[in-house]
Design a binder for this molecule. Structure first.
Ligand SMILES: CSC[C@H]1O[C@H](OP(=O)(O)O)[C@H](O)[C@@H]1O
Length: 368
C-alpha cells in the first residue's frame, strides 16, 4: 500500500504519480514526461488535491525544461517557453488556487531572472515538493493544538468527521485536514475518525479510507447523506475538519461539494468547524466566496460508477474493472466539484503558520 502520490527523482529529473483512479485496489504509478501529461492527469483526476496538482504541474515543467534546456538559444526564448507552459497548465482545473499560485510564483521568478532561468525554475519547482510536507506537519500540529484548546481539560480524546481526501494522496505527504487527524492520533487525542464517501469521485471511500486503514487509525466510513444523523447519534463528535481548494480574503472557503452542508449541520449541532490548508491556499486577491470559480465536471462522473469486479466468491478482482450506469438515461445532471462555505460557519482556518480565528460577526483577517 503506497501513500506517496508523487514520486520525483531529482537526479534524473523524472516524475511519476500514483494513479488515483485505480486506488484502493491497485497501486499503479504512471510517468509524467511533460506538461501535456500533467495537464491530462490533473484534468482527468489521475492526481487530485489542491496542493498535489500544483506540485505535479510544477514538477512536470521541471521535467520538460530539463529535456529542452539545451535547445534554448537565448534567455528570452527560454523565458517565453516557460511562461507559455505555465499558462497552459493552469487551465487544467480552475478552482484550486494552489495551481495558479504556483504558476504565478514561477512566472515572477522568470521575470526577475536575467540568467540561468531554467535551472532556477527547476530548483523552485523541486522546493515546492519539499516545503509541502513540512507545511502539512505544521498544519497538523497547529490544528490539533487549537482543537484540544477548545474542549474541556477533562477531555483527552475526541472524535472527528471529515470529507473528501486531504491526506498524503492530496499533497506531497502527511496531508492537511487528514494531517490534523494524524496529529491528533499521534498525540493520543483521537477517539475515532469518521469519513464521508464523497460522491461522485469517492475520495473518502477510496482514498481517505485507504489512508486511515494504512495508518491503523480507528475510523468509520459513512455515506454523504448520513452526516447529520451521525452527529445526532454520536454527540461525542466535537469537530468537523475539512481541507480547502481556495480560501477567500474574508474566509469564505471553496472545498469539495458537500462541505457547505457539513458546516450547516455543524452549526445546528454546536460542533466546531475547522478548515485546514497551507497558506498557499489563501487567496487574498479573491475578496469573498462569490468570486470563486466553481469547476463543473462531466455528467457521466455522477451517472456511472467504476470499480473492481467482486467475484462470485466475494473476492475483489482488481484486474477486472467495471463501469456501471446507476442513473436513468436522459436525466439532467448538476455536477459541481466544489461548493463555498461562508466564513460565518467556520470557527478556525489552520495553516502552517497558526490557527486563524475571527471575532463573532467579523470576517477572517489573514494579514494579522
Ligand atoms: C488538501 S486537498 C484539498 C481539496 O482538494 C480536493 O478536491 P479534488 O479531490 O477534487 O482535487 C478536496 O476539495 C480537498 O479538500
Amino acid at each position: 500500500m503506497s501513500l506517496q502520490a508523487i514520486k520525483y527523482d531529482g537526479q534524473n529529473k523524472t516524475l511519476e504519480i500514483l494513479d488515483q483512479l485505480k486506488l484502493p485496489h491497485q497501486s499503479i504509478y504512471v510517468p509524467i514526461r511533460n506538461v501535456q501529461d500533467a495537464f491530462k492527469a490533473i484534468k482527468d483526476m489521475v492526481v487530485r488535491g489542491a496542493p498535489a496538482i500544483a506540485i505535479v504541474a510544477a514538477l512536470s515543467l521541471a521535467v520538460e525544461l530539463n529535456q529542452e534546456k539545451a535547445s534554448f538559444k537565448t534567455t528570452e526564448e527560454a523565458k517565453k517557453a516557460i511562461v507559455d507552459k505555465l499558462d497552459y497548465l493552469v487551465g487544467a482545473r480552475p478552482t484550486a488556487v494552489n495551481l495558479g499560485r504556483a504558476a504565478n510564483d514561477l512566472k515572477k521568478l522568470v521575470a526577475e531572472s536575467s540568467s540561468d532561468v531554467v535551472d532556477k525554475v527547476i530548483k523552485a519547482a523541486e522546493q515546492m515538493l519539499v516545503d509541502d510536507v513540512s507545511d502539512n506537519e505544521n498544519i497538523g500540529h497547529y490544528g490539533a493544538e487549537w482543537i484540544m484548546s477548545q474542549v474541556p481539560k477533562s477531555t483527552d480524546r475526541i472524535s472527528v468527521l471529515t470529507i473528501c481526501n486531504t491526506g498524503s494522496l492530496a499533497t506531497a505527504g502527511y496531508g492537511t485536514a487528514l494531517g490534523v487527524i494524524r496529529s491528533l492520533h499521534a498525540a493520543g487525542n483521537l477517539e475515532h475518525a469518521y469519513c464521508l464517501e464523497t460522491r461522485p469521485y469517492n475520495q473518502g471511500s477510496r482514498l481517505t479510507a485507504y489512508e486511515l486503514v494504512h495508518d491503523k487509525i480507528p475510523a468509520t466510513l459513512i455515506t454523504d447523506s448520513m452526516a447529520s444523523s451521525l452527529l445526532r447519534a454520536h454527540p461525542e463528535i466535537k469537530l468537523i475538519v475539512v481541507g480547502a481548494d481556495r480560501v477567500a480574503a474574508n474566509g469564505d472557503t471553496a472545498n469539495k461539494i458537500g462541505t457547505y452542508q457539513l458546516a450547516v449541520v455543524a452549526k445546528h449541532h454546536g460542533v466546531k468547524f475547522v478548515v485546514a490548508a497551507p497558506n498557499t491556499t489563501i487567496d487574498l486577491n479573491t475578496p469573498n466566496g462569490d468570486a470563486i470559480v466553481i469547476e463543473q465536471r462531466a455528467p457521466h462522473e455522477l451517472t456511472q460508477v467504476k470499480g473492481a469486479v467482486v467475484e462470485a466468491d466475494g473476492t475483489i478482482n482488481p484486474d477486472k474493472a467495471a463501469t456501471v450506469s446507476t442513473a436513468a438515461p436522459g436525466i439532467g445532471v448538476w455536477n459541481p466539484s466544489f461548493d463555498v462555505t461562508p466564513h460565518e460557519l467556520i470557527d478556525a482556518v489552520v495553516t502552517e503558520k497558526r490557527a486563524f480565528t475571527r471575532q463573532p460577526g467579523a470576517a477572517f483577517n489573514f494579514r494579522d
